[in-house]
Design a protein around this ligand. Structure first.
Ligand code: SF4
Ligand code: SF4
Length: 622
């Protein structure tokens, strides 16, 4: 069990930068609501993990909050109808991704009624925690800080590690973004209720909210809202990237989380402030994740925060912000440090869209041409993960990917602090992304090759095993036939002696091994006999002799054959050919009927004499 945290001190992590904040533009007005757009485009892929499974078809009428696609597999998130309407299509459409590639989307045409599906609160305090978390699986809630990792997965406790401290990430360290700031200012008490839900489900004894000191209104609102609870509000210095979960955990606890460990392994769990707000809406009202707060800022007429339904086209949102100024070149989703350039203004707002920045040359000057690295090491000083960005750049540029991996390329959080300070204007993060994708592709290719090789090895092993099994079966059948032949002859003679030829015919069927043990014993005997035969053959060959008739495999069989031969002599069958296996009766017609009668009479006489002798003995009292 990890020790509880003393929050008396704020720690400082290595590196970091402080770019111009540009946050006040979008915090002058309260959070606004949008009119319903003409259509909503809901990508199935709005989160980290598996694609959810469709639960609607084209033409379906749906209500607000209705499940459209359910979580599939362990890491996945559901998609719900943000309003009531008709599913007009399920097709590929442009999504907010820098690739500009389309992806599968549900197109919903609102009916204007905005009619909710029946929904209700869940008594999460008294319900079984596992059941509550299972219900959250189809809440559609993901990390709304931008990571979009399904929240129900983070609330599960695996039994190996326990969470003692819940950290609420309200740092919002990237320039321009203010959605969390405004959420805290306007809905602080609801956030506190969400924190209590997460704390209860995780079983965390402590909960602390980390807010940067450039949001005094939000910090004051939260301070007021936590009165009477055991939740702490801690104000941390404004430095980028304090909003990274590991950096914030360090700022608040002083605990460095090794790159190969999860925060839960040291008893911490981190949730974004907007995520816990959504937990409250779902469990206390039954409302799934259908909307979020989005900052619309940069080169727009009226920067503001909006409560936006998922699937709303970007141009609808830009219009609500007074429209973009004429020199707007493109839109960025996220902040200027880690955000992505959008392929156009008709992409939909998704769960990851915390901020939309209209970009223009006066706000973001085109990057100057990169110059050679001068090994000034400013990038290393700025790196919050204490990496050597200039070395990583060198290895990535020269395609020396293994070296880049050795220099902990995958610890890089792509924060861009190194590129921000680089005097040579080298787009360092692009190089790291390139190297990472190449390494991941190579690893996947190797995995696929290893898998193919393994499959081939299994296939060859199976073929060999089947071959051996077939050979063993052949040997078994051959041995069975020999025994049957011998058994037939023996029984034929006995039957002849007993005068029961007809009854003997049914006994002529060879005995079949019924149990596995019998079969195994039989196979072992066959294998041993084959080995003896081989040895005899080899010995004969070594002695320069032509091998004679190989002895019968088993001594039992050998003895049976000797007995049969002896009996053949007694009944006058000496020198006659044995019948074919399984047809003992063919041998019998050669036995003379008169002779048979004589034999039978002799036997009967002998029996009578023996019985008379025994009766005489009894009378004498012997
Ligand atoms: S800051 Fe730029 S120029 Fe300086 S060492 Fe790093 S990569 Fe090279
Ligand atoms: S982008 Fe990577 S290498 Fe550059 S400062 Fe951030 S963590 Fe360090």
């Amino acid at each position: 069990m990890n020790a509880l945290v003393n929050f008396a001190k704020i720690f400082k992590f290595h590196g970091g930068v402080h770019p111009p904040e540009n946050k006040t533009q979008s915090t002058q007005l309260p959070i606004a609501h949008l009119p319903l757009p003409e259509k909503l485009v809901l990508p199935l892929r709005q989160h980290v993990g598996n694609l959810p499974k469709l639960r609607v078809t084209v033409g379906d009428k749906v209500l607000k909050g209705q499940l459209l696609a359910e979580a599939e597999g362990m890491v996945s998130a559901a998609v719900h109808a943000p309003t009531s309407g008709i599913i007009s299509a399920i097709e590929d459409a442009l999504i907010p991704h820098p690739s500009g590639l389309p992806d599968k989307c549900i197109i919903l045409v609102p009916d204007g009624r905005d009619e909710w599906i029946a929904h209700t609160a869940l008594d999460w305090r008294n319900a079984d925690k596992k059941e509550v978390i299972a219900q959250l699986r189809n809440s559609g809630i993901v990390g709304f800080g931008g990571a979009t990792f399904p929240s129900h997965v983070k609330l599960r406790t695996d039994g190996k590690s326990s969470v003692h401290t819940l950290i609420i990430n309200a740092a919002e360290c990237e320039p321009y973004i203010t959605c969390d700031d405004m959420l805290m200012r306007e809905r602080a008490s609801e956030i506190v209720q969400g924190i209590q839900i997460a704390q209860h489900l995780l079983g965390a004894e402590q909960a602390v909210i980390g807010i940067e000191d450039n949001k005094p209104e939000a910090a004051a609102a939260m301070q007021a809202a936590v009165i009477g609870t055991n939740i702490l509000v801690k104000v941390v210095p404004t430095i980028y990237p304090s909003g990274d979960a590991r950096r914030l955990a360090f700022l608040l606890t002083g605990q460095e989380i090794p790159h190969d460990k999860r925060t839960t392994e040291i008893g911490l769990q981190v949730f974004n402030v907007a995520t816990v707000f959504s937990l409250h809406r779902y469990l206390d009202f039954g409302e799934p994740a259908i909307q979020r707060i989005v900052s619309v800022t940069g080169n727009v007429q009226k920067p503001q925060n909006f409560e936006v339904l998922f699937g709303t086209p970007l141009h609808h949102l830009i219009n609500a912000a007074g429209g973009a100024k004429t020199n707007t070149t493109h839109y960025i989703m996220g902040g200027p440090m880690m955000g992505v350039k959008l392929p156009g203004d008709d992409v939909p707002i998704t769960k990851a869209a915390n901020c939309i920045i209209a970009s223009a040359p006066n706000l973001f000057a085109p990057p100057p041409a990169p110059l050679p690295c001068i090994r000034c090491a400013r990038c290393a000083e700025a790196c919050p993960v204490s990496l050597q960005p200039q070395e990583l750049y060198w290895f990535a540029k020269s395609d020396n990917f293994e070296k880049a991996r050795d220099y902990k390329l995958f610890d890089c959080i792509e924060c861009g602090a190194c590129a921000y300070v680089c005097p040579s204007n080298i787009p360092l993060v692009q190089y790291y992304r390139y190297a990472k994708s190449e390494i991941i592709a190579a690893d996947r290719a190797k995995e696929a090759t290893d898998l193919a090789r393994q499959r081939n090895e299994f296939r060859l092993q199976r073929i060999e095993r089947e071959k051996l099994e077939r050979a063993a079966k052949h040997a078994e059948r051959a041995q069975g036939a020999k025994q049957e032949n011998a058994g037939d002859s023996s029984r034929a003679k006995n039957d002849a002696l007993e005068g029961k030829q007809d009854a003997a015919s049914s006994d002529a069927v060879p005995k079949v091994a019924t149990s596995d043990a019998e079969k195994a014993a039989k196979q072992a005997a066959i294998a041993a006999a084959i080995e003896r035969a081989k040895a005899a053959k080899a010995a004969a060959a070594a002695a320069g002799e032509t091998p004679k008739n190989i002895e019968p495999a088993s001594s039992v069989v050998k003895q049976e054959i000797a007995e049969i031969d002896a009996r053949r002599k007694t009944v006058g069958l000496e020198g006659k050919q044995d019948a074919a296996p399984g047809d003992a009766r063919k041998a019998m017609p050669e036995v003379d009927a008169e002779k048979q009668a004589k034999i039978a009479a002799a036997i009967e006489r002998a029996k009578a004499a023996k019985a008379a002798a025994e009766a005489a003995k009894k009378e004498k009292g012997e």
